[in-house]
Design a protein around this ligand. Structure first.
Ligand code: SF4
Length: 426
């Protein structure tokens, strides 16, 4: 069968969309292979949130083309859309699918490369060929943002807030569980707004999660990035009480300095963020909190940077995604003065990385000797051990058989290891 490989840059919404694209390729009969393998088709779902995300998108496309010079390289996503708008052309990309059309990527591909369509018809596998074991699925339940952070262009491109009706979400989640997925990660651009602007009178995010917990076969529900001001008490209670809810939230901080947060037009200050994390840990001891932090926003001076370090030290994020600020076209921040020099951004990223690593270690150490429920996802290429993610978002490796992929197992945590932990099945 023709093979296809996929990779995603950027946010969870992009990941969800890649998954949908991948499923449409599977439905056409493509065999899905890892992105590091030789493939007939490479699909890169690109991102343009920063200049570095754009550069990574280009590098990934070139890498795919080098891996198999005969492959068809397809790009879609936000960066692909930018290149179309600017009339740019990347030599290594054979097909550029406009971002709003990305879920139709396979149709575009087969239309432009009819030889692939003929091959699929010739090599279709016999009926009843077993489906590969799955583990975690991403499910998009909301789109659009109206927060207008001064560095972000999303509210200009996706200004309409839309919640997917809960009946549709339920149907899709049931299908995912029936397909063998044990965990669903709920995602959206502004997921905490779920239900508020739909006008449907349907549930809010906590209500939606409650409904999804009743799906048979679905063992875990995780919420992807949620804005700090949109975490309701009802959601905190549900996470605390329901065994299917992962004890993990990804809450973007962006900056720990109140002045910088104001310049970013983020609707909270340092005290609000810290108070939220304290309340969460008071109700759900040891809840894992991960985050995104932007370094080098205009006007971020040394004092402001140290305030961010302080929040990282106190909250002890299980993981912090750090990225340097770069101006995005047509955003208010682009016009701001006092841009922090690149050398300073690099130096601050390195310092913050060290602080975040130490704080994550302190958070993780409390799990040594404890047993965590781990969803087995893959066999690590590096260590040869099985690898998966725990309820508390720990990356856990342990000795075991590849037949465990897709299963939830109890693992005793023994030691720290790189970015994750080592354990043994109990
Ligand atoms: S909340 Fe801010 S950063 Fe997130 S999508 Fe909306 S405007 Fe962009």
């Amino acid at each position: 069968m023709p093979t296809a490989a996929f990779t995603t840059l950027g946010c969870k919404v992009n990941q969800y969309e890649t998954q949908k694209i991948l499923e449409s390729f599977e439905a056409q009969g493509f065999e899905i292979v890892p992105f590091e393998s030789p493939a007939d088709v490479y699909v890169i779902n690109t991102c343009s949130v920063t200049q570095s995300a754009e550069a990574k998108s280009r590098q990934t496309i070139r890498r795919a083309s080098r891996r198999n010079p005969d492959a068809i390289v397809v790009m879609t996503g936000c960066y692909a859309q930018f290149t179309l708008r600017r009339g740019e052309r990347l030599q290594e990309a054979h097909l550029v699918v406009p971002n709003p059309e990305k879920l139709r990527t396979v149709e575009y591909l087969l239309e432009h490369f009819p030889q692939l369509k003929e091959r699929l018809e010739r090599e279709r596998p016999p009926e009843g060929t077993p489906v590969k074991r799955r583990s975690r699925a991403v499910l998009k339940v909301q789109d659009g943002c109206n927060v207008f952070c001064s560095f972000c262009s999303i509210p200009y491109t996706r200004p309409v807030l839309r919640s997917i009706p809960y009946q549709e979400v339920l149907e899709e989640a049931r299908a995912m569980a029936a397909d063998g997925y044990r965990e669903i990660v709920l995602t959206g651009v502004l997921i905490g707004d779920y239900g508020a602007h739909s006008g449907s009178g349907g549930p809010d995010l906590a209500g939606l999660c409650q409904i999804l917990t009743e799906i048979e076969g679905l063992e875990r529900i995780r919420i992807s990035s949620i804005e700090p001001t949109l975490i309701s008490d009802a959601l905190i209670e549900l996470i605390a009480e329901h065994p299917k809810m992962c004890h993990h939230l990804h809450i973007p901080l962006q900056s720990g300095d109140t002045g910088v947060l104001k310049a970013m037009n983020r609707p909270y200050d340092q005290a609000f963020y810290l108070d939220l994390c304290r309340r969460l840990r008071a109700r759900i001891p040891d809840i894992a909190i991960s985050t995104d932090i932007m370094v080098g926003f205009p006007d971020e001076d040394e004092g402001a940077f140290l305030n961010t370090c302080k929040v990282v030290e106190e909250v002890q994020f299980v993981r912090a995604h750090l990225f340097r600020y770069s101006p995005r076209p047509d955003t208010p921040a682009e016009a701001m003065d006092d841009h922090v020099p690149d050398t300073v951004k690099t130096e601050r990223i390195q310092r913050l990385q060290a602080v975040a690593k130490e704080a994550a270690k302190r958070y993780t150490l409390r799990f040594i000797g404890r047993t965590e429920r781990v969803l087995v996802e893959t066999r690590s290429k590096l260590s040869g051990l099985m690898a998966g993610t725990s309820d508390h978002y720990l990356q856990v490796e342990f000795a075991g058989s590849p037949s465990l992929v897709g299963q939830l197992v109890q693992v005793r945590i023994l030691d720290l290891s790189g970015e994750g932990v080592l354990g043994e099945i109990v």
